[in-house]
Design a protein around this ligand. Structure first.
Ligand SMILES: [Zn+2]
Length: 300
């Protein structure tokens, strides 16, 4: 578990474990001679993907962004992906019990992003894993998930969200909403049509300026607000920060590029901390342009 302070908020990354993904699928049209310089593949061409959830303590609320792969995969899917199912124990090890979580936010509804939304109880009934939490997910994702294309139908498991929508425990988002002060969502199409990034800005008229902020050259009395963004599958790892390095899973590859441009237009000048959903080693980093114009991820 890694932890940092962002303004008045405390951010921690908790992992649901790692899983194997085909390297070709992970890097789309990028040739293996190029991506294999950044990420090692095994003899079956699998690379290791992480499952990073972000926990935010605002001082008033405990907010969990993304819930990993969970523990309800079918035998067939376990053959492909395994089922690490580590999130609850890693939260517990960090002193967080499921009852502590006030809010759960899903960027989209693929099985590896909302798997721990629900569990089966001892009678086999699907129940919320985080009993007190209000859940949020993009409305467009949920609509699409009801009738997915043949291409990605395997990625949607209704038991991760339908019971929560039916019970009223999950609120569906249009995009652009502020869920609690300082935590909002914004739609970045590309991976799917309705995927939303989660933007975290420490609020208040008098933002606490961290040492990190001073290190970046912002004076203590500036109005600069430290910002982090869980960009989800728009840029799943630090190896995907180049504009053209998208995944083969992306339904709308040209929109992935346009969305990355839109993201960088704010994230670079405002020095946002980017949180990477599937990076097994570097869950967060500052993305910058080096002197040659190449995107680089500066770990913290
Ligand atoms: Zn996805």
């Amino acid at each position: 578990m890694q932890r940092l302070t962002l303004g008045d908020f405390e951010l921690s990354v908790f992992s649901d474990g790692t899983y194997p993904l085909d390297g070709g699928a992970f890097f789309g049209v990028v040739p293996k001679v190029m991506w294999s310089r950044k990420v090692a593949a095994d003899e079956k061409n699998y690379v290791t993907a992480g499952l990073n959830s972000l926990l935010i303590r605002t001082g008033k609320k405990t907010v969990l962004v993304e819930t990993g792969m969970g523990n309800k995969l079918s035998e067939r899917m376990i053959k492909f992906y395994g089922q690490p199912a580590k999130l609850i124990e890693s939260l517990n090890a960090g002193g967080v019990s499921p009852e502590d979580v006030d809010i759960v936010i899903n960027s989209h509804l693929h099985f590896d992003h909302c798997g721990w939304n629900t569990v089966r109880d001892k009678n086999g009934k699907i129940v919320p894993t985080f009993p007190r939490a209000k859940y949020y997910a993009p409305e467009g994702e949920w609509q699409y998930a009801r009738r997915p294309s043949e291409r990605d139908a395997i990625s949607y498991l209704p038991e991760n969200y339908d019971p929560l929508v039916e019970s009223g425990q999950m609120t569906l988002l249009k995009g652009g909403e502020e869920i609690v002060p300082g935590i909002s969502v914004k739609t970045f199409p590309g991976h799917t049509a309705h995927m939303q990034a989660i933007i975290i800005q420490s609020p208040g008229e008098n933002p606490h300026i961290s040492q990190r902020t001073r290190d970046m050259g912002h004076p203590p009395n500036s109005s600069y607000v430290p910002t982090a963004c869980y960009i989800s599958d728009l840029m799943p790892t630090t190896a995907h920060i180049d504009l053209t390095w998208g995944m083969a899973f992306d339904l709308y590859p040209l929109q992935t590029i346009a969305s990355k441009k839109q993201y960088y237009a704010r994230a670079l000048p405002e020095k946002w901390l980017t949180v990477f959903t599937h990076d097994p080693k570097t869950p967060w980093a500052y993305v910058e342009k080096d002197a040659t114009g190449k995107m680089v991820a500066r770990a913290i």
